[in-house]
Design a protein around this ligand. Structure first.
Ligand code: ADP
Ligand code: MG
Length: 743
């Protein structure tokens, strides 16, 4: 059977977008260097510091960052049991404290205040408290502080509640997707993700309950931050009483200021009299960072994971006291490094480790998060292995050494192939400087960069690309349409998304039946999709399941797909892990296996022991149950009811296809290693090893998402009959007729 796209791939399909090309070139460049380096196999950092340039050696002097003098900010780590007077003293020692009055003056008098300050200077935890103390939360009003990351939201909210001596969820609360820890009427300071704030605009377009909105970590330029900034600028014209605080570690403050400079004549007439100064104020909080010595590797390393482990051991052997912060890319890398460090170190020393090795990534259970902030036990050295969440969002005290792999996980979207993947990609100079700065909080520190100085100076891009220019815009478009913004390209963007990506997203939304020919949300489907806090493809799957009569099962699948990592990392017991997975595996694929896991968990009486025996993440399962309940409530609100398909797995897969038909792949004939090609753009993909269909390789599959590591892997895969594709999306796929000329 041959399937083809119903519409021809545009002729420019071969010409990849500029951004994508630049990115792929960079990857090739790195690969090329790594593979063809003159002494490739000698490049590893072999447990010795001799491969680094040291200050004072005949190599060029190391670069210094932030050579300001300063006093000790923290004498000891703030323990969770700190007394209130201790916490108060700590608060007053933060650099931002000296600027308290200035900040309050600016917020009072300017519509927008931009506050720039080093990570750890107290912006996130202190400014909302200052605003509350100054009365901005009186009369039932709320102070909002947005973060790009969920974990940061939870962490700073609990810190601020502790500092204020209140119970989290009362005066100080937080909201992230699927989790609301606030108490309307009581909550005065609310931390939330920028995505959640955008969603709140659907019910309250002018965000009337907020008196001040602090958009934090603006330098990260996450997709939602950019959308939010544009929307807030619109709200400001109608609400002279609203104050914006934009804060970040490094920011192009001037361009941000000119973006927010609203001319008075553009304000609504009834708003002019009451309006504060429209010219944004800029305030720079002077931090007290110490000198950080930068060390580079002499030659590119072939394996940054191994190199980072060896560097940590070497630091532990040769350097003085102080904790180590290692920047790797994602959960898999981090877990692997934790295991390598624990095993390798114990093995080589033959004694119980005096290293306390801790992972840090989003999705980490709360208990483990707390360990990160707890003081390092006497006689131990803490090693935190983190994603770039520790770059600016969270401050770890006690870090004196930083190991920077030079990579992070980044979203990249190719509008031509319509593939968005999470890619391990090189970081920018701005990120590298931030990472290094983490070593200079306590006293002079050292940063070990696992790349060459030449690479840093010559090839590393100075700034990252804003997420909006490397994202699939499908969700963004639905949200903006639901907020009544029709001309999305004409929207006031800080950086415009590419027209190509926009067209692609409109195409996909049209093919899903979410937008009509005039690019308006369809009724009811389009409006219903906008109501659900899920990826539009998952929403479409869920809504179709209500029609197909399998919503009881699909709502569980949607919940399971919304939590990170159902399986616990294998930690070297691959055989037992594979056997455990087999207990739930079914020929249909991962989605049905998740149903089995969910049922098994319920049957076990939601037992953590059962999870442990089956290599299943207990926290993730509890979360999935919670999300399922919320989704059921949302469906009820839309007037939809749950119905079971009573084991009709064909119906179940048809519902999945109705959302994910664009993610169909066919196994390449005669491919010895299970290579698939996407129907949409003939991209090579492989089934991810975590899938129950890994090595099973059915002929036709539909995947949920892609990750790119050494190859492009499809995660969460289901086997399908290709005829269902045409049935679900006749406007998208058609049977390819054999060419008579060939016979
Ligand atoms: P900024 O936003 O300027 O980067 P923060 O307000 O996040 O700074 O941090 C100020 C201080 O509060 C830091 O020194 C940090 O160590 C401390 N802190 C923040 N969150 C926590 C937490 N969850 N536990 C312990 N200390 C914290
Ligand atoms: Mg902060």
């Amino acid at each position: 059977m041959k399937l083809g796209l119903a519409w021809p791939v545009p002729s420019h399909a071969q010409n990849q977008s500029h951004l994508w090309r630049a990115f792929v070139q960079k990857l090739y460049f790195l690969l090329y260097r790594h593979k063809n380096g003159t002494n490739f196999w000698n490049l590893r950092v072999k447990g010795s510091m001799s491969k680094y340039w040291k200050p004072g050696s005949e190599r060029p002097t190391p670069l210094l960052v932030d050579d300001e003098e300063g006093g000790v900010l923290f004498v000891s780590n703030p323990a969770s049991s700190s007394s209130s007077s201790q916490l108060e003293r700590l608060r007053q020692r933060l650099p931002v404290y000296k600027y308290r009055e200035a900040i309050l003056y600016l917020v009072e008098n300017h519509a927008t205040s931009i506050i720039v300050g080093e990570t750890g200077s107290g912006k996130t935890t202190q400014i909302p408290q200052y605003l509350k103390e100054a009365g901005w939360a009186e009369g039932g009003r709320v102070i909002a502080c947005t973060q790009p990351r969920r974990l940061a939201v939870q962490s700073v909210a609990s810190r601020v509640a502790e500092e204020m001596g209140v119970k989290l969820g009362e005066e100080v609360g937080y909201t992230i997707r699927f989790e609301d820890q606030t108490n309307p009427g009581l909550t005065m300071i609310k931390f939330l993700t920028d995505g959640v704030l955008i969603r709140e605009m659907m019910d309250d377009p002018l965000l009337t309950k907020y008196s001040v909105i602090m958009v934090d970590e603006a330098h990260e330029r996450s997709l939602s931050t950019d959308i939010l900034l544009g929307l807030l600028k619109k709200i400001q014209r109608r609400r002279p009483d609203l104050r914006l605080v934009i804060s970040s570690a490094t920011i192009e403050a001037k361009s941000m200021a000119s973006f927010f400079h609203i001319r008075r004549k553009n304000l609504r007439n009834d708003a002019i009299d009451a309006a504060p100064n429209q010219e944004p104020a800029i305030l720079s909080v002077e931090g007290k960072g110490y000198t950080v010595e930068i060390h580079y590797v002499e030659e590119p390393v072939s394996d940054y994971l191994q190199a980072s482990v060896e560097t940590v051991i070497s630091i532990h052997d040769k350097e003085g006291p102080g904790d180590v912060l290692v920047f790797l890319t994602g959960q898999d890398d981090i877990e692997a490094a934790v295991k390598m460090l624990t095993d390798e170190y114990n093995y080589s020393r033959g004694r119980s480790s005096d290293l306390l090795v801790l992972p840090l990534y989003s999705g980490l259970p709360r208990g483990e998060q707390d360990l990160i902030f707890a003081p390092t036990p006497r006689g131990k050295r803490k090693v935190v292995i983190s994603t770039n969440i520790a770059e600016t969002s969270l401050t770890l005290e006690g870090v004196v050494y930083v190991v920077d792999s030079g990579f992070s996980k980044q979203k990249f979207y190719n509008p031509i192939s319509d593939i968005e993947s999470l890619v391990t990609a090189p970081i920018s100079k701005a990120s590298a400087r931030q990472r290094a700065g983490r070593a200079g909080r306590l006293r002079p520190g050292k940063c070990f960069r696992l790349y060459t100085e030449e690479y840093y100076l010559r090839d590393m891009p100075s700034e990252g690309i804003p997420e909006i220019q490397r994202s699939n815009l499908v969700s963004c478009i639905i949200q903006m349409k639901a907020l009544g913004i029709d001309n999305i390209l004409g929207f006031d963007w800080l950086s415009s998304p590419s027209a190509e990506a926009m067209v692609r997203a409109l195409e996909v939304l049209y093919s899903l039946g979410i937008l009509d020919e005039d690019a308006k949300l369809t009724s009811p489907l389009g409006f219903q999709v906008a109501e659900l806090p899920l990826d539009p493809m998952v929403s479409k799957m869920l809504l179709s399941s209500c029609e197909l009569g399998c919503s009881e099962e699909i709502v569980i699948i949607a919940a399971m797909l919304s939590v990170q990592s159902i399986w616990v990392s294998t930690r070297g017991v691959h055989k037992e892990f594979d056997e455990a997975k087999l207990r739930f595996a079914v020929a249909e694929g991962d989605h049905v296996a998740y149903l089995n896991v969910y049922k098994g968990f319920l049957q076990s009486g939601k037992s953590s022991q059962w999870c442990y025996r089956n290599f299943i993440n207990y926290q993730a399962m509890k979360k999935a149950i919670d999300i399922r309940e919320q989704l059921v409530r949302l469906l009820k609100r839309l007037g939809l009811t749950l119905k079971s398909c009573e084991g009709d797995l064909k119906m179940l897969r048809k519902a999945i296809i109705s959302g994910f038909f664009a993610h169909a792949c066919q196994l390449e004939e005669y491919s010895p290693n299970g290579m698939y090609k996407t129907l949409r753009s003939s991209q090579e993909v492989y089934i991810h090893p975590s899938s129950v269909l890994f090595r099973v390789n059915p002929k036709w599959v539909v995947y949920h998402s892609l990750v790119l590591t050494d190859k492009q892997y499809a995660r969460n895969v289901i086997a399908i009959d290709p005829a269902w594709l045409i049935e679900a999306a006749p406007h998208f796929y058609q049977l390819r007729k054999p060419n008579p000329a060939l016979f």
